[in-house]
Design a binder for this molecule. Sequence first.
Ligand code: BG6
Length: 472
Amino acid sequence: MIDNSTLVLFGARGNLAKVKLIPGLFHLDEAGKLPKNMKILSVGRQEVEENEWHSNIKEMLDKKFKSYDKNVFERFIKRNYYHANLPDDPEAFVKFAEKLANKEVFPQNLAFFLSVRPSDFALIVKQLSEVNLLSESGFWRRVLIEKPFGTCLKTAIELQSSIEEHLKESQIYRIDHYLGKFSLQNIMTTRFKNSVLEPLWSNKHIEQIQITNHETLGVGDRTVFYEATGALRDMIQSHLLQMLALVTMEKPKTMSPDDVRLEKIKLLESIAAVPLDKITNFAFRGQYAEGHINGDKVEGYLAEVENPDSVIETYAAIKLFIKNSRWEKVPIYLRTAKRLYENSTSIAIKFKDHDNWLTINIQPNETTSFELTTLQPGLDMNQNRQTTLKGNNRVQGDETIDAYETLMLDLLSGDQSKFLHIDEVKAAWKLVDPIIEYWSNDKSKPIQYKPGEFDPKESKIIFEDENQFWKK
Ligand code: BG6
């Protein structure tokens, strides 16, 4: 049940709002999920007349949807307002608070979605607090903070201490949009609602786990961001470690947000630090060279960022171990890349001794498969082959809700279970920081790999056993 509320979108003229948030809100409205009087106040730096903003919204929707219902469009447009506000101008926030104080227009439960430059997060929270928009007397006030929450442990702690002067933990929604994906939530259902899996779910039977995110896209126009970030920070610190936590954590006492997050925190805190004296056997990095993707010629990373000396990785693979009795000695491989041969995110679990893999495909296919060894029909009774049992986790007619839509609904309904607790964020930075630091001081060139191909063969150096290989 969602209370009547106002969703305030800071960064409303940015790409995320254009491509995901505003079309997502429209889709939620169309599906009847938004309360009748809910309002959306978009905030950007530039002055824009409300009429013009409404035409901008129409353009965003026309781009996203082939067609939509006129009546829903009229209803949606009436929810939408625009306000120009510079994050560093206290005067502007006074006017902003005056505008929002109009109870006839704006329901007073306020959710602030900060889709802005990370360097503005703390500043905006402070400004909102100074005009008394964050105190919860009679109404709730929530702040959603986009990724990344800090750029390392130190800056995450600094950001946290500056926002906690103004907000309680229950008001802070730190986003990892992967948690809004249906397939990630399905990991818990698959694990905890199938008693056949639990007896197998440990080092007694599992040899290794591989968590993969491959993309065909390069860094595109995000060169400045990427040079300051790299694949380890961009994907592994957040999305891949979250997948790891969901696959390996103990069963939460209940499915309440607190209990689910507690188990993820415990798990993330029990991952062993990567030994820096053996780092080459634990972490591998590469950069895409120039080449071809689907027949198109593409530039190499170094040319794109116009920095021939950059050592920032576009491919990262690391090996982790969890220090608890369930997972002791099971290598967990995390890998992520730009410009590989396919777009795919998956979790593959290899059972001991035989060729049995359980694979949970997250995207683009949403399937679960299990590979068994079976006898090949024929006269040769020693001839075996692999049979794959594959199930679709999404079938025709299923509701499709984008990750951001799910997360916006959760924000409005006050459900923090798909958002990160600060202790998860800290544990994740603690793990990746030493590797990032090591890599940034290590001026040896990352391996160059060809676009459109499989993982660079040199990445196999991190395998525990020479018989191991990257699962396709
Ligand atoms: C973002 C990263 O968090 O996730 C991007 O910054 C990446 O580099 C993206 O491309 C992947 O998200 P999705 O939902 O397309 O898999």
